[in-house]
Write a protein that binds this ligand. Structure first.
Ligand code: URA
Length: 241
C-alpha cells in the first residue's frame, strides 16, 4: 500500500499549486474514501483510495520510469504517422501510461534512452543545470588528437556560433572516441565532432549520470528503473524527491 501525503498526491496531479491545494483540503473540499480530510499532511494510499475534490473523483496517475536500449532506425518520439517510434517497441500497457522519451536521440543513434510520464523528472535529467553527464561512444571519420581534446575541454563554439559547455573527449583507437556532455543541443555530439573535422559514422549513448546501459538489454529492449537506478542517475540525494 503506497502511502503518500494528500497534498503531495494532489500536487502531482497538477490541478492547482501546493498552497492552493492545502487551502482546498483545509476547507473540507477533499474527501478520501467518502470522508472529508482536512489535514494536508494526512497519509493516504495513493493506489487504493478513492479521492474526490468537490465530490468529483480524481485518478492518481503514478509516475513510471523505464530505460531502453534504443536501436538505430527508430524515432525518439511518441508517435509518427509514417515511421516507427520508441513507443512502438513497448508493451500496450506501457503505451497507456503516457510515457515519452526523456530528451531525444537521433534516428540513427542507438543506446540509453529513458522513458517516463513524469515531466519534472525529464526536465531534471535534461537540464544542463542538473550537471548530469551523458556519455557517448562515437565512430568517426578523420583523426582526433590532443588539440581536439583541449578544444572540447575549453567549450567549443560551433560554426553557427552555438557555444557548448566544456565537454570531455576521450580518444580510443583510430576513428573511435568517447564524448561526455552535460547538455543536449540539437545534433550536439555530431556537430561538435564535425566541427573538429571528424564527422560521425556511428553514435551510441552509453550512460546518463551513473546509470550505465551495458549489455543487459537487447536492442529495443527495456526495463523499469528501480530506486537504485534513479539514485545512480542523479547522485546520492535523488531518493528524497
Ligand atoms: N548528439 C547527437 O548528435 N545525436 C544524438 O542522438 C545525441 C547526441
Amino acid at each position: 500500500m503506497p502511502l503518500m501525503r494528500l497534498d503531495k498526491l494532489l500536487g502531482d496531479l497538477g490541478i492547482a499549486s501546493r498552497s492552493e491545494l492545502r487551502q482546498m483540503i483545509k476547507r473540507g473540499r477533499v474527501t478520501v474514501d467518502g470522508r472529508a480530510v482536512t489535514a494536508p499532511e494526512t497519509k493516504v494510499d495513493s493506489e487504493g483510495s478513492s479521492i474526490a475534490l468537490d465530490g468529483e473523483e480524481l485518478r492518481y496517475k503514478s509516475f513510471r520510469y523505464y530505460m531502453m536500449d534504443k536501436p538505430a532506425g527508430v524515432l525518439s518520439a511518441t508517435e509518427d504517422g509514417r515511421q516507427k517510434t520508441v513507443l512502438d517497441l513497448v508493451s500496450p500497457e506501457m503505451r497507456r501510461m503516457g510515457l515519452f522519451p526523456v530528451g531525444r536521440l537521433d534516428k540513427d543513434t542507438s543506446g540509453l534512452l529513458l522513458l517516463t510520464n513524469d515531466g519534472d523528472f525529464a526536465h531534471r535529467v535534461i537540464s544542463p543545470k542538473s550537471g548530469i553527464e551523458k556519455r557517448y561512444y562515437a565512430r568517426v571519420e578523420g583523426k582526433l588528437d590532443e588539440t581536439d581534446r583541449e578544444a572540447f575541454r575549453q567549450g567549443l563554439i560551433l560554426g553557427d556560433g552555438t557555444k557548448c559547455l566544456p565537454a570531455e573527449l576521450e580518444l580510443l583507437g583510430e576513428g573511435e572516441c568517447l564524448v561526455t556532455v552535460m547538455e543536449g543541443k540539437y545534433h550536439q555530439v555530431k556537430r561538435m565532432l564535425a566541427s573538429r573535422g571528424a564527422p560521425v559514422k556511428q553514435l551510441r549513448r552509453l550512460s546518463i549520470g551513473g546509470l550505465v546501459l551495458g549489455n543487459e538489454l537487447p536492442a529495443g529492449g527495456w526495463r523499469e528503473l528501480e530506486a537504485a537506478d534513479i539514485a545512480k542517475l542523479f547522485g546520492q540525494d535523488a531518493l528524497e524527491n
